[in-house]
Design a protein around this ligand. Structure first.
Ligand code: FAD
Length: 393
């Protein structure tokens, strides 16, 4: 089998290497990543790592994996160009510049933090990489006033940890509600109440316009004093490599139902990929461990099986976020314009669209979450009454 090159050694890139070998692929596999060290998981960076600082616990596989499975891993190495005509990628790394041939190329380049038009962002910290999390953790060593720009999952997870540690925390969100892109208004309100109860101050519906050494200024002139500022205002997909190579992009690298880009020798996965949602057919881009790993598994099976007519991507999306002592879990994905919500209980919200049940959000209800995931994977329609029974059981 011809060589597989994987650009990006995060959650999905590493999973592609793992799954290729699990599927019996015996050709050369090269995993290329810009960051130093072993591939690691990001979710704990805004959760456990902030508390325990245990970086070793983040590694997805030990160094021995690469020897045992005969996977060439090139850390601190960046893919700079795809030469589709020659079937090779150009890379730059500690050993200088070189080119690597591929028969199949997997783009797993993830995202980077969005830089909204806010003055003075050089005063703000990011939370995307282990290096960011190290810096941030260092800032939590003494009681401080902290402003978080962005009331999404990462900003709120961080806020919950910081408040618990005794810091004064303000969360600034431009939208009128928390986690507005991802959860129902019911869940947004529920978490707004929780965060206020835990002691955070929330500024909703007010974009930050500038950051300086003493804090943040909002659009209406409100000053939020802070010793340091975390920028957690969302991400943008790393699509430039694909774009420069003439591949189709639109809010991510566009792929088909088998996760192939407009060039069938090149696949894309995870945070950087825009793929057809199996339930609705609409192209979506999901930022989740689930999407990255399930995409990787399908791509690996397709390449290892050398089967152009294998199954389409069909995995049910799921997600979690730990905030304080609450675990928010989402089974399914509700991204459509006409979503309606039903509160099944205080901790279970069902979201419907024109195709039926789209997603169920739960708080500290892992059993309900798991059951809904199984139900969504089966083709049977799911009625609200069934969810009520499930939540009451
Ligand atoms: P990534 O894991 O981001 O990996 C992409 C890698 O590609 C990066 O290391 C990047 O440096 C590298 N790269 C980019 N361009 C190049 C290039 N040209 N050459 C070489 N390398 C390149 N998800 C959940 O489901 N639940 C959670 O609770 C959760 N919490 C999170 C908390 C934090 C703080 C963060 C940052 C993310 C969290 N996520 C969570 C999201 C999850 O981590 C991502 O969805 C997942 O990592 C996506 O995997 P990926 O492989 O697509 O991208």
């Amino acid at each position: 089998a011809g060589p597989v090159v994987i650009a990006g050694a995060g959650q999905g890139g590493l999973q592609a290497a793992i799954s290729l070998r699990q599927a019996g692929f015996d050709g050369p596999v090269t995993l290329i990543g810009s960051e130093p060290g072993l591939p690691y998981q990001r979710p704990p960076l805004s959760k456990a790592y902030l508390k325990d600082g245990d970086a070793d616990a983040l590694a997805l596989r030990p160094q021995s994996f690469f020897e045992t499975k005969d996977v060439t891993y090139l850390p601190e190495t960046t893919v700079t160009r795809i030469d589709r005509d020659a079937g090779r990628v150009e890379v730059t790394g500690p050993a200088g510049d070189s080119a690597l041939p591929y028969e199949n190329l997997v783009l797993a380049t993830g995202t980077r933090n969005m830089r909204p038009p806010i003055e003075g962002l050089e005063h703000a910290c990011d939370l995307r990489t282990l290096a960011d999390a190290r810096t941030l953790r260092g800032r939590l060593d003494a009681p401080r006033r902290i402003a978080v720009i962005g009331g999404g999952f990462i900003g709120l997870e961080f806020a919950a940890v910081a408040v618990k540690q005794g810091h004064e925390v303000a969360v600034i969100e431009a939208a009128p509600r928390l986690m507005a892109r991802a959860v129902s208004p019911l869940m947004s309100n529920r978490f707004a109440t929780l965060h206020r109860d835990w002691g955070a101050e929330l500024f909703l519906g007010q974009p930050a316009v500038s950051v300086d050494e003493a804090g943040v200024t909002l659009a209406d002139g409100t000053r939020v004093p802070a010793d340091f500022v975390l920028l957690a205002a969302g991400v943008q997909p790393n699509v430039e490599l694909a774009e420069d190579a003439g591949l189709e992009t639109a809010n991510g690298i566009r792929v088909d139902t088998r996760l192939r880009t407009s060039d069938p020798a090149i696949s894309a996965l995870g945070d950087c990929a825009s793929f057809p949602d199996p339930r609705t057919g609409r192209h979506v881009r999901l930022e989740s461990v689930q999407a990255a790993t399930d995409h990787a598994r399908l791509i690996a099976a397709r390449i290892a099986g050398d089967d152009p007519d294998g199954p389409d991507y069909a995995a049910v999306p799921w997600f979690w976020s730990d905030q304080g002592d609450r675990k928010l879990q989402i089974a399914g994905f509700a991204g459509g314009p006409d979503t309606t919500d039903e509160a099944v209980t205080e901790n279970v919200v069902a979201r419907f669209d024109e195709h039926g049940l789209a997603a169920v959000e739960t708080i500290n209800a892992a059993r309900v979450h798991m059951k809904v995931r199984r139900m969504l994977a089966s083709a049977d329609p799911i009625e609200l009454s069934l969810l009520e029974e499930l939540a009451a059981a």
